[in-house]
Write a protein that binds this ligand. Structure first.
Ligand code: SF4
Length: 358
């Protein structure tokens, strides 16, 4: 009978050719990412349009249906893993306690950075490029010390907790295009664990707090974020109260509601509530974001991709948004668990001789 390790290795070997194809796709996306970065620096208006109004609006839907695709092609992820690819990493194993602490930091970063989009980043390519450079610097520094995705993608990346909330049910399980062999760097590995969500790892108090913050807080945070207009000024303008007030009040309110509801529920019903909160998060996002993209924002031209205001009646956009929200709710709440992980775990490495274990 095959052990789990052998099964993993068999999968890995079966996917050698796809792995090479994925490497090519990864490089293409890395070059696209680099081009967007240069656009942010040298053509800031175009860079902002591509980064904030095309790339980022696609991301939540991608995380819902194919989180592994995002994990394989994210240019930031590829960049911070460069020390590992060039054998410059010390490849230390991070303790579970530190993984949990950094995941807490990643949620704080999400709740601190995202509101800054309104006064600073949404209309400022240079500021966005500096933000990306800072995140890359942190990620690469971590990459010099820690093994594979424990350095960034599965710990401190501000998007990671959102990946875990939205990515419970997967349409696709893809080959892992980063880890050449599994060093068990992340426990549990979010890429390789089927039906993973943030509530699944909650043994310690901090793990419970992390789960509560992201599951309970995200829908209200997103709602509050969309109630704040962009500051249309070439000079970054910051007012802490108007920047953070509504997003953080929204997050607090939805956490309190979550705790209230959970107090009446058993384990199975709590799982459904978590799925409902995930569906609420992504639905609220697109409820506001799609009209904004096409010129129907309540705040003049905030988040505009292309204005269809004079060529399309608003009810068409509303109907479209309701349709995709129904799809999200069906997928995240009513669809049976898919029993799929984001990515296929590669063969385990033998850490004594750094070879693949047979
Ligand atoms: S597959 Fe293994 S090496 Fe890659 S992120 Fe998961 S635990 Fe780490």
């Amino acid at each position: 009978m095959e052990t789990n390790m052998q099964i993993s290795q068999t999968h890995f070997l079966q996917h050698q050719k796809p792995y090479r194809i994925w490497k090519l796709i990864q490089i293409i996306f890395w070059i696209i990412g680099l081009a967007i970065f240069f656009a942010l620096v040298f053509f800031p208006k175009t860079g902002v349009l591509i980064f904030w109004n095309i790339l980022i609006p696609i991301a939540p839907a991608l995380l819902v249906f194919a989180t592994g695709l995002w994990r394989n092609v994210c240019p930031l992820s590829t960049t911070v893993l460069l020390p590992r690819y060039f054998n410059l990493s010390k490849r230390n194993r991070m303790s579970v306690q530190w993984q949990t602490r950094l995941q807490f930091v990643s949620i704080l970063l999400l709740f601190i950075i995202v509101p800054l989009r309104h006064p600073i980043f949404n209309n400022n390519g240079h500021a966005t490029a500096i933000l990306l450079m800072m995140l890359i610097a942190i990620g690469i520094t971590m990459g010099f010390f820690f093994e594979w995705k424990s350095a960034w993608c599965s710990t401190i990346c501000p998007i990671h907790s959102v990946e875990k909330l939205y990515g419970e049910k997967q349409w696709l399980t893809l080959p892992n295009a980063h880890c050449t062999a599994c060093a068990n760097c992340s426990l549990p590995c979010p890429d390789s664990t089927p039906d993973f969500h943030p509530g699944k790892a909650h043994k310690s108090l901090l793990q419970k707090i992390n789960a509560l913050l992201i599951i309970g807080g995200l829908p209200g945070f997103i709602w509050g974020w969309f109630q704040v207009p962009d500051i249309q000024s070439p000079i970054p303008h910051f007012n802490a109260l108007s920047t953070y007030g509504l997003p953080w009040i929204g997050a607090t309110a939805s956490i309190i509601l979550f705790l209230f509801l959970v107090s009446f529920l058993d384990k199975k019903s709590t799982e459904i509530l978590i799925q409902m909160y995930a569906a609420a998060g992504v639905s609220i996002y697109y409820w506001y974001r799609i009209p904004e993209l096409f010129g129907f924002s309540k705040f003049s031209n905030d988040g505009l991709l292309i204005s269809l205001k004079n060529s399309l009646p608003q009810w068409v956009v509303t109907l479209f948004v309701i349709t995709i929200i129904v799809i999200f709710i069906w997928w995240l709440v009513f669809k049976k668990p898919t029993k799929k992980s984001w990515l296929i775990r590669p063969a385990f490495v033998n850490r004594n001789n750094q070879s693949i274990q047979h």
